[in-house]
Design a protein around this ligand. Structure first.
Ligand code: HEC
Ligand code: HEC
Length: 349
């Protein structure tokens, strides 16, 4: 299936990157913000806090100009190509309609859209989701297993090496293991309102989102060509993906959607839409072992504390994720790295 990149998706990034220098890291001050940060401020994003690490990732044009071995550039280019057109791994590593860039806007460079370079300078590090120390490959593998409903390329393979090279290129110039918090990291959620409304979320989704993502969440095709990614259903991320957590979805939506109009929804609206969107069906969590309750026993107090997994949808009593639908992946293929314990010998009692 051919995923067509939309030019709409690049609007924000083009603005933000217009004045970038390659791989700049600086502690921006209120008096002299970086031009790229000024662009973000003009769009309504919050200013960097005192002491936050502000890093402006280099572009692919910067790569061409860089003084690096052509062999290295070719591998980074390949990583970029896989990141923005991950559909080329469809049926092998990807079993839904997503590209990495479907969620990591601006080719993985956009602040407040989970820019991916922080992983290259903060890992290896402990990760609560799998309760051990992860490296960059394993972090990327996580998004393959859950967000792409897929199977990660093998560690050390050409594709995995190319992906890590692209992440590391984006981190060019940023300090390794920074002490400072990172400006624009992740999908920061707006403050959670006291009450969330499914009905309001449904109505708002219909008004603001369905035009691109369709009423039934299946995304949008034109002349048989894929254009917009699915927000739920078989073509979307599975129940183990970070974006099924209501606060992460709210942060994604507030900061990035509707496409080209970031920050246009109120906090309440972003949360209501997230509340509605994360209570629609999608492929099973790959950590599923025959029953929703088993998953909840293991991950209910941690990961799924913030999702609607295994809960009864108020509007119709449907128990969410109570099924053995793995989407296009089927039940034969299992992501091989999910839940594998590591460093057991180093664990203290
Ligand atoms: C369905 C949405 C989605 C897709 C598709 C997706 N990701 Fe992610 N990704 C996330 C979310 C959510 C996070 C966690 C952000 C947070 O910490 O709040 C994340 C985090 C990351 C991080 C860590 C960033 C950091 O700050 O440390 C990396 C690296 C990453 N993704 C790489 C990838 C790659 C590579 C792909 C494609 C193979 C991909 N992602 C596809 C949603 C997605
Ligand atoms: C103008 C078309 C458009 C509108 C309107 C729009 N989106 Fe998107 N959305 C996109 C595109 C395109 C992407 C993928 C980013 C890319 O490829 O650049 C995306 C990505 C997403 C994603 C991450 C990938 C996925 O499919 O899960 C979510 C979630 C999402 N949008 C939710 C929403 C919500 C909620 C609204 C309404 C508030 C909305 N979108 C409005 C075009 C749109």
């Amino acid at each position: 299936m051919n995923h067509h990149r939309t030019t709409l998706g690049r609007t924000t990034l083009a603005m933000a990157s217009a004045t970038l220098a390659a791989g700049v890291s600086l502690a921006a001050t209120a008096e002299s913000p970086h031009p790229a940060v000024e662009t973000l401020l003009d769009l309504g994003y919050p200013a960097p806090q005192e002491g936050e690490l502000v890093h402006i990732p280099p572009t692919m044009a910067d790569l061409e100009a860089a003084d690096m071995r052509p062999e290295t550039k070719a591998v980074i280019r390949r990583g970029y190509d896989l990141f923005t057109n991950t559909q080329q791994l469809r049926g092998e590593n990807v079993f839904n309609d997503m590209n990495c860039s479907s969620c990591h806007l601006g080719e993985g460079r956009q602040p407040f859209s989970a820019p991916v370079w922080p992983a290259a300078v903060t890992l290896p590090n402990y990760r609560g989701k799998n309760d051990h120390v992860n490296n960059l490959e394993e972090r990327i593998a996580g998004c393959f297993a859950y967000s792409m409903n897929g199977v990660p390329p093998e560690y050390g393979s050409d594709d995995m090496l190319a992906m890590t090279a692209y992440h590391q290129w984006l981190a060019k110039g940023a300090p390794v293991y920074p002490d400072q918090p990172i400006y624009g990291r992740g999908f920061p959620a707006p403050e959670r309102p006291d009450e969330l409304s499914y009905a309001n979320g449904e109505a708002l989704y219909g008004e603001n989102c369905a035009v691109c993502h369709s009423e039934d969440g299946s995304g949008h095709y034109e002349d048989g060509e894929y254009v917009f990614p699915p927000t739920w259903g078989d073509g979307s991320n599975n129940w183990g993906a970070g974006i099924v957590r209501t606060h992460t979805a709210a942060g994604f939506i507030k900061n990035n959607m509707p496409l080209g109009q970031p920050l246009s929804l109120s906090d309440q609206e972003a949360w209501d839409i997230a509340y509605y969107m994360t209570q629609q069906e999608r492929p099973q969590d790959p950590r599923y072992a025959g029953s929703v309750d088993v998953v909840l026993e293991k991950f209910g107090p941690t990961f799924h504390k913030n999702s609607s997994y295994g809960q009864e949808r108020e509007v119709d009593g449907h128990r969410l994720a109570d099924h053995a639908n793995w989407g296009e992946k089927g039940d034969e293929i299992k992501p091989w790295n999910v839940g594998v314990p590591r460093f057991e010998d180093l664990k203290e009692e």
